[in-house]
Design a protein around this ligand. Sequence first.
Ligand code: AMP
Length: 312
Amino acid sequence: MPLVCTGTIGIDTIELPTGERREGVLGGSCAHFASASRLFTAEPTRIVACVGDDFPADLLEQIDGMDNVDRAGLEIRKGSKSFRWGGKYLEDMDHRETLFTHLGVLEEAPPPVPEAYRSSEFLFLANSHPAIQAGLLEQMAGAKLAVFDTMDLWINVARDDLVRLMGQVDGLVLNFDEAELFTGKRNPITAGRHMLADAPGDRLRFVVIKKGENGALLVHRDGIAAIPAYPAETVIDPTGAGDTFAGGMMGWLASENPADPGSIDAIRRAMAWGTITASFNIEKFSLDRLREVSRKEIDDRYAEYAAMVAFA
Ligand code: AMP
């Protein structure tokens, strides 16, 4: 089934605890998501994003070089500035500080959704301003599964837009720190339940709370599920781990097309694929690992993980 991802494509600066600093690497929630979902989708993952005309040609080439991504929805806007973000990882590699966020095109109107994308069944609104996410959702209102992601900046500056959006989608994926910031609750189950209760109406069925190396928790209207992380020995750059988790999860759902893709069973199984996909992302800088990983490597690690977490 067709899958659309909207979000940011931008230019990242990454600082590691070793003091190493990389500038001008390909980033953005949509870029990371698509690098993962494309490994699952039968048809190319459709991306909707906007960059300025200052966007470097070599980063554009990196996007073009990814198989199974349809970039007809990527607008290069004349006279606008690209989104730029810098992050610095703390010693544990599981927490980071934002060094800067230059919104650029994110402060302008969202890009138009190509006509051919509008009837897509699966929709992921990756991190962006919630008002932009809502504007894009409106153009794809018929999606049978619509899920969005958010982060601290938007909780701080656009909370009302965020709450409105929570009433218009089936699911929400966010980090534990962000769920805590949103609800003021230290316990992730309590935080998830509060978010389900805070969403206007009754469309929102589930909240996935990512906890980095501690796995992910699903708080669903029909119950709770927990998924451990894949134990990793090498962590080079965790940037995009959240987006590639969502990419694996939504890519698997779009390819399996379960009868009820928002059910607790479908989401729980999809989270396991998201976990495995994200475990590759952290092994190299930027999108470097997911650009080269094969579906067989994903499947093999999934089988290893399934054996690791199974008990009678
Ligand atoms: P993740 O590590 O999964 O949280 O995603 C990191 C990616 O999100 C980076 O490549 C950034 O360019 C992008 N990003 C950072 N802050 C924002 C934001 N406020 N809105 C949208 N995307 C962002």
